[in-house]
Structures are given as C-alpha cells and as structure tokens.
Design a binder for this molecule. Structure first.
Ligand code: NAP
Length: 219
C-alpha cells in the first residue's frame, strides 16, 4: 500500500490552535492542490480527533483529474476514520451520503456503537485491542482493494503512522502565520520519538499562495 500524508501547518508547525478549531492556514491554490491529491487516492483517512474538531465530509476532490488518472469509471475515493471506540457521531458529515465510509476500530468499541454505525451504512474494520492496530487495519484495507491512502491528519494519527513505518510520502503546506501554544496540535504529536527518528528526503519545494509546499519521501 502507498500511504501519503498531507497537512497544512503554520510556520511553527501547528495544525490548529490550542482550541483545536479548524484554522484557515492555506488558500485557494492549496485547496486545488489537495483536491488533486485526493483525486489520486483510493481512500482519504483522518483520525477521530479531526472528525470531532472539524467535521470534514472528505467528499470534495478534483473530478476531472480523477478521470484523467483513474479513468471515467473510477468511483470517488472512500472515506476512512481511525476511531478505537466507534465514537464517530452518526450525524457527522463523514457518515452522511456517498462515497463509502469505513471506520477502523478496536475490540474496545461497544457493540451498541458498532451496530449504530453499521446501521448508518458504515463499514467497520476491527484491529487492535484498545487502540486501532494500524498495520493490521491497513493490511485489511489493502486486501479490500485500497492501495493508495491519503491521510489528512491530525497530529496523533500522523505520529502513529510514522511510528508504524507506514508513511511513504509527506506533503506539507507551510502557511504564513504563527499559531504557537504548547497544547496546540502539531504535525506529529503522540509520544514523540526519542531515537530512531524517521528520515525523509526532500523531493520538491514550491511557492504557493502566501506559503510553500514541501514534499518529502520517507526513506
Ligand atoms: P487525530 O489525529 O485526528 O485523531 C486522533 C485520535 O485517533 C486519537 O485520539 C484516537 O482516539 C484515535 N486513534 C485510534 N487509533 C489510533 C492510533 N493507532 N494512533 C493514533 N490515533 C488513534 O486528532 P488530533 O491529533 O487531535 O488532531 C485534531 C486536530 O488537528 C484538530 O485541531 C484539527 O483541526 C487539526 N487538523 C489540522 C489539519 C491541517 O492540515 N491543518 C488536518 C487535520 C486536522 P480514540 O482513542 O478515541 O480512538
């Protein structure tokens, strides 16, 4: 499976403020770039923290780009939430409408929550005891024909994916603002590394809107 991570950060590496509200970091040029990346993926994934904070629908993508890279028959990219206890709200935008939504969850999720999500049309993949076992869950996705996943955050999920050595590519839009705050989410949160830091190779640097897009391959 190919896993690409994309996020927008402030100059100081924050994804959002300490209030964890969605903040406009990039502009129209970057939205178009992200829509093209989405169009190349089989699925777009976020953590439940991002669903709670931003209520993203993950529906928008560049349809003409998708047609040119995937053919006119390609269905829209599926939507994935990483959510150990199936707390994804039933009325969240990611559950509503098309395309398919898949929740990666754990054994810890209550049966009643699993049933509620299944009844709302969500597919569940259970991997891990208390937290989602990402390598196992992603292997199951691959078995189901999902070969390219684009991850859009947040910082907890991104760190875990690096820790599990699942990330192939990272693209970061760095916007022209400083957010600050020791409790504000950053590009990679979690426990943090103390050794074995992932190494990346810079593949491109492009000015866009009032910021810069950095693309990295993970070695
Ligand atoms: P997150 O990474 O979206 O979700 C983290 C949650 O996922 C965990 O708390 C955990 O909740 C669940 N999870 C299950 N298994 C996991 C695993 N193996 N590893 C990691 N997480 C796992 O949340 P976040 O870090 O709080 O980020 C949300 C913030 O980022 C919001 O402020 C949002 O606005 C911002 N954001 C910004 C951008 C950007 O590009 N600027 C993009 C996305 C999000 P459970 O234990 O309940 O399962």
């Amino acid at each position: 499976m190919h896993v690409s991570v994309n996020a927008a950060t402030s100059v100081d590496g924050k994804l959002s403020s300490r209030r964890r509200e969605q903040i406009s970091i990039s502009g129209d040029g970057d939205f178009a770039r992200v829509d093209r990346l989405r169009a190349e993926a089989d699925a777009i994934a976020v953590g439940i923290g991002t669903v709670s904070a931003d209520d993203p629908s993950l529906i928008r993508h560049d349809e003409s780009h998708r047609e040119s890279v995937r053919g006119s028959e390609a269905s829209s990219p599926a939507r994935i939430v990483v959510d150990s206890s199936c707390r994804t709200p039933l009325d969240s935008a990611i559950v509503a409408g098309d395309p398919d939504t898949c929740v990666l969850t754990s054994e810890a999720a209550a049966e009643s929550r699993r049933t509620a999500l299944r009844n709302a049309g969500v597919t569940l993949i259970v991997a891990g005891e208390r937290r989602v076992d990402l390598p196992e869950a992603f292997a199951t996705l691959e078995d189901r024909g999902i070969h390219r996943v684009m991850v859009e955050g947040g910082g907890e999920l991104i760190f875990s994916l690096f820790e599990a050595e699942l990330v192939d590519e990272l693209t970061v839009y760095v916007g022209n603002t400083v957010i600050g705050g020791r409790d504000a989410p950053t590009l990679a949160d979690g426990e943090g590394f103390v050794d074995g830091f992932p190494e990346l190779e810079l593949t491109s640097v492009d000015r866009l809107d009032s910021g810069v897009v950095l693309a990295w391959d993970v070695l």
